[in-house]
Design a protein around this ligand. Structure first.
Ligand code: 57M
Length: 359
């Protein structure tokens, strides 16, 4: 909105033209969200602690996690507020994609918030029942898929990195793809959020990647040159990605080891859903598997562990799943696991960028 307000005067003050540019607004959306989340974190964390909105630690968890009991949770709440305020200030308000991404993000955040709240008042790890959580997520994602599918000019073909001419048209099946991508990304981030800074670092890296992908997808000349799908209006999503990066860095200021706050499901579910939605709109669903490869590995480690446990009647592939706990139980200090996983996330993001040239 600030953009529209200020831009009204660009005929009188020509330098205000700069507000027209997505790159300029993305930079300031990042800085605005960073500032707001730093200030909100500073204000809200002591209040969460005073209200005893603290994390319950499972009995069967890694031994060193016991000291974390009572760490304020639901920090996702101030991540989302920072993103929302920054987006409202800096986005082009007439862009449907922006409001669709924000709506899905906030609705997934509400599911996570309810889950966190139940865990806090019950002082247990029993939040919402898995099926009710999953069906609410699938319902929201399906609604978003239907809106996207019926949006004028939306392309229901699936694009693949490297194979520029292979574009199978999924038709209505695209709605199922949206559900799989959004719900999958949301829960993969949720599973990853098990060590200080472990989820928010790769989230920042992934949204930096999609800041670039969305800008390129929304730029007709560059999209044609790179032979990636052109999505009119997708460029505006760079501003949202910038806001997430900024809010994430502000949250990381407090979530870095030893964490003063956890994001809770309110943060992990919403940020994962936002990542999935942006990947779908930019038509980079398959590339998301590479960009979010760390989240994929974390989720796959759980699936592998539980399947193997059931098949073998009690044997384990890892010392504990998700895989970050495996390395913890191998004796790696928590910060070492986190930073090494960040390095892997950066490598995967760079590899995903290279797919833009290799077509
Ligand atoms: C999401 N939540 C963390 C925090 C965060 C099927 C099974 C694999 C499910 C999985 C599970 O319950 N996952 C839930 C992971 C939890 O973090 C809270 O949850 C929010 C994210 N959703 O924001 O509020 C704990 O993680 C630690 N933490 C930090 N720093 C952070 O910045 O230290 C989180 C954020 C927090 C804190 O200790 O309490 C979590 O791990 O639950 N279950 C598991 O991940 C459990 N694995 C397991 O049971 N493995 C089994 C089988 C079932 C696969 C096995 O390997 O045999 C592990 N997690 C815990 N204890 N806490 C091990 C048991």
């Amino acid at each position: 909105m600030l953009y529209k307000l200020i831009y009204m005067f660009h005929t009188d003050y020509s330098f205000l033209n700069v507000f027209r540019y997505i790159t300029f607004r993305t930079i300031y959306a990042t800085l605005t969200a960073l500032l707001i989340s730093l200030l909100l974190g500073y204000w809200i964390i002591p209040r969460l602690r005073r209200l005893q909105i603290g994390q319950y630690i499972r009995e069967n968890g890694p031994p060193n996690h016991k000291d974390k009991v009572g760490t304020p949770t639901m920090g996702g709440f101030f991540i989302l507020i920072s993103i929302l305020i920054s987006a409202i200030l800096w986005v082009e308000p007439k862009n449907l994609y922006i409001w669709l991404v924000l709506l899905v993000t906030l609705l997934f955040g509400a599911i996570g918030f309810l889950d966190d709240y139940l865990k806090v008042i019950r002082k247990s790890s029993k939040g919402l029942r898995a099926w009710s959580k999953f069906s609410m997520q699938a319902g929201i994602a399906a609604l978003a898929g239907i809106i996207l599918y019926n949006h004028t000019g939306f392309d229901s073909r699936l694009s693949f990195p490297f194979f520029k001419n292979f574009l199978p048209d999924l038709g209505m099946g695209y709605i199922i793809l949206v559900v799989l991508v959004v719900v999958g990304a949301s829960n993969a981030v949720n599973l990853t959020d098990g060590l200080d800074g472990l989820a928010i670092g790769p989230i920042i890296i992934a949204f930096l990647s999609f800041l670039v992908f969305s800008y390129l997808a929304g730029h007709i000349k560059i999209a044609q040159y790179l032979q990636i799908p052109y999505v009119s209006g997708a460029g505006e999503l760079s501003v949202i990605c910038g806001a997430v990066v900024g809010a994430g860095m502000g949250f990381l200021w407090y979530n870095t080891y030893p964490a003063q706050v956890f994001m809770g499901d309110a943060g992990s579910l919403s940020l994962g859903a936002a990542l999935g939605m942006i990947a779908v709109i930019c038509k980079q669903e398959i590339t998301l598997i590479l960009v979010g490869g760390l989240f994929v590995v974390e989720a796959m480690s759980v699936i592998l562990q539980i399947s193997y446990f059931k098949i073998t009647g009690g044997k384990r592939v890892f010392r504990m799943a998700p895989i970050h706990h495996h390395f913890e139980l191998k004796g790696w200090p928590e910060p070492k696991v986190t930073i090494r996983f960040w390095i892997i996330a950066i490598m995967l993001a760079l590899l995903s960028m290279s797919t833009l040239k290799l077509r």
